[in-house]
Design a protein around this ligand. Structure first.
Ligand SMILES: [Zn+2]
Length: 130
């Protein structure tokens, strides 16, 4: 039994895994955000592409993203703030901090991520670093 890397306190199989494995849709923008963090920890770049809005999807960066995700050690995710992004919304913002070790050094990403629904499903639109 593996705890979910997203830090929800749930088991991976009851949290992000069914979303990543396409057995369940993310109901909220936060759930999608968490599943994308977990996909980063698994270097599941296929899911990272799939959960990215088609207009902003970084297809050309796919290999580099995979390489980078595999090269860092993921230490945890903190959700700082969120607006909208509930089941009934079509847009949402999640501000988060993700901590990782890269080349032996502790580093982090602090980002405001924008999510939108595309074909009725939450996808990542873009982010701005804080
Ligand atoms: Zn999770």
């Amino acid at each position: 039994m593996i705890n979910c890397p997203c830090g929800s306190g749930k088991l991976l199989k009851d949290c992000c895994q069914p979303i990543i494995q396409n057995q369940k849709d993310a109901i909220t923008a936060e759930e999608l955000m968490r599943s994308r963090y977990t996909a980063f920890t698994l270097a599941d770049v296929g899911y990272l592409m799939k959960s990215h809005h088609s207009k902003t999807r970084p297809i050309k960066e796919k290999k580099n993203i995979k390489k980078w995700a595999e090269s860092v050690q993921w230490m945890g995710l903190t959700i700082i703030n969120k607006t909208e992004g509930s089941a009934k919304d079509t847009k949402g913002m999640v501000e988060f901090k993700a901590v990782f070790i890269e080349n032996g050094k502790l580093d982090h990403i602090h980002e405001c991520s924008l999510f939108e629904k595309e074909n009725g499903k939450w996808v990542y639109f873009k982010g701005t670093h804080q």
